[in-house]
Design a protein around this ligand. Structure first.
Ligand code: PEP
Length: 248
């Protein structure tokens, strides 16, 4: 069985104490249940400023086995230089990061990030040896208009750099209308979109994101072509995050 990837996007939440408590609770939960490491890979994506301290609390065994990975929530499309406030992919790799979320809808919408920019960032991520977790998904209006497959296909084709493959790239399908809203896509919405994405990208992992919680995760994980979840709100509570993993 291919392990499910359980990715937590902590967004801009929590002080250092909160991040470390959450890390310790999650790591203790994983260590206490050996079945979890056999069924899931874990990815924790704290805010930039907490990355190094979170990494120090992941546990040597988890880091070496690769079962718990550290991720960032963005990186620059540039190598280095006069880009005030940005963080390069190489800097992330240097502080122990293994993956980076790119093209999240909150960046596509809130920071006007285009798929071309996401592609340039993913290129940097790959150069630095990071896994790019590339987010795609339609808005509510696009779904109502019936253009969701076309939108997602266009985002994927324009966001994936040359050389993207199953080792260095993960796709997260996140319908924008399901993020942080409590609305989840129906099993049929998820099944048909993940099948479509699979036909478009081949064997890369495809995560579902959008109000995933411990009580709806089992249905999602039993859906064909759902290789894991990208979790926002519920990843900030260790019992929810671990509960999602336990439903694999
Ligand atoms: C997300 O932001 O990637 C996300 C899926 O958020 P939530 O789980 O809170 O809907």
């Amino acid at each position: 069985m291919v392990k499910k990837l359980i990715a937590g996007n902590w967004k801009m939440n929590g002080d250092l104490g909160t991040a470390l408590t959450l890390t310790r609770e999650i790591v203790a939960g994983i260590d206490a249940d050996p079945r979890l490491a056999g069924t899931c890979d874990f990815l924790l994506c704290p805010p930039f400023v907490h990355l190094a301290r979170v990494r120090a609390n992941l546990g040597q065994k988890n880091i070496e086995s690769g079962s718990v990975m550290l991720g960032a929530q963005d990186c620059s499309e540039k190598d280095n230089g006069a880009v005030t406030g940005d963080i390069s992919a190489v800097m992330l790799a240097d502080c122990g990061v293994q993956a980076v979320i790119l093209g999240h809808s909150e960046r596509r919408q809130g920071h006007q990030e285009t798929s071309e920019l996401v592609k340039a960032k993913a290129t940097q991520a790959h150069k630095a040896g990071l896994i790019a977790v590339i987010c795609v998904g339609e808005t509510e209006t696009e779904r109502e208009q019936g253009t969701h497959f076309k939108i997602v296909e266009t985002q994927i084709k324009a966001s994936l750099p040359d050389g993207a493959n199953a080792e260095n790239t993960v796709i997260a399908y996140e319908p924008v209308w399901a993020i942080g809203t409590g609305k989840t896509a129906t099993p049929e919405d998820v099944r048909s979109m993940h099948k479509f994405i699979r036909e478009t990208i081949g064997n890369m992992r495809i995560l579902y994101g959008g109000s995933v919680k411990a009580d709806n995760a089992a249905d999602l994980f039993s859906t064909e072509n759902v290789d894991g979840a990208l979790i926002g709100g519920a990843s900030l509570k260790s019992d929810q995050y671990l509960g999602i993993a336990k439903s694999v």
